[in-house]
Design a protein around this ligand. Structure first.
Ligand code: 15L
Length: 276
């Protein structure tokens, strides 16, 4: 059985993924704090800090692949995002390269493109439109993964994750939701598919209201089993408790876009960006 390192292993997404992935791989789990009390026989815990390269080298030793969920998971000040996600991911990729870890899964985010209006359907060939420093760090991570694939031969999958939960939490999540089982399926493709070089895919289930063209994931064999629409009544009832958000509701990134917004709303909504 292959050995896979998972960073950010104490976080919410990792906690949902562990039972789904440890049936297929031996897991080396890592986060900054102490081990959780529910480790399975083929899960090992190593405390490590992404900003400390000396702590990452032992983590990678003997691993076949890496699932990078660690770092800052929401918007924060530049120094925090820079250390955790920009410098942190470079440390991770460098340690992977040095240890000969050939496969990397990068948890990118929909916030790399959050300023696309909800009226636009986008794919992976449009320019990125980050909705904060956090989104910038995810766009950076995708570029870094591309470099390590081209120059140093790693095989990298950057998954632009929507929102991982048992069911979509509100109106926006009906378009971007992904069930943990579908994310686990996509990660396994990233770890095992023979033809991956650097692939950017969307972490989304089979959602009728999707804003994203997930053709690359489908062409790699991804077949999501869950659909947000099955939970539409629940999501809309939750939405009714929150009420409208005049700026956030216009953009795919939602409140991340509205937070501190002081731009030209009309121009941001109508801008036509060149394709990459
Ligand atoms: C993300 O990237 C965050 O990590 C997560 O906490 C959610 O905010 C999610 O995006 C989302 O857009 O719903």
């Amino acid at each position: 059985m292959d050995t896979i390192v998972m960073t950010g292993a104490a976080g919410g997404v990792a906690t949902m993924l562990r039972p789904l992935l440890r049936a297929h791989y031996d897991l080396v789990l890592s986060d900054r704090g102490a081990a959780p009390g529910d480790l399975a026989a083929n899960e090992r815990w190593t405390t490590a800090d992404l900003t400390r390269p000396d702590e990452l080298a032992p983590l990678m030793a003997g691993a076949d692949g890496l699932i990078h969920l660690g770092g800052q998971s929401v918007e924060a000040d530049w120094d925090t995002v820079n250390m955790a996600n920009i410098q942190g991911y470079q440390n991770i990729l460098e340690a992977s390269r040095a240890a000969g870890v050939g496969r990397v899964i990068f948890a990118s985010s929909n916030h790399a493109c959050g300023f696309y209006p909800r009226t636009r359907r986008i794919g992976i060939d449009q320019a990125v439109r980050p909705d904060g420093f956090y989104g910038v760090s995810k766009a950076f991570g995708e570029a870094l993964g591309s470099l390590y694939a081209d120059k140093w031969g790693l095989r990298v999958m950057s998954i632009r994750i929507g929102n991982i939960a048992e069911r979509p939490a509100d109106h926006r999540r009906l378009s971007i939701w992904q069930h943990p089982e579908d994310l686990a399926q996509l990660i396994r493709i990233g770890l095992e598919h023979p033809e991956i070089h650097h692939a950017i895919v969307y972490g989304a289930s089979h959602n009728e209201r999707a804003w994203w063209d997930n053709g690359t994931a489908l062409s790699l064999g991804y077949r999501p089993k869950h659909s947000a629409e099955d939970h539409a009544d629940y999501a809309m009832a939750e939405q009714a408790k929150v009420g409208p958000e005049p700026i956030g509701d216009l953009f795919q990134g939602g409140t991340f876009c509205a937070d501190g917004f002081d731009g030209d709303l009309e121009r941001t909504l109508t801008a036509r960006l060149p394709r990459t």
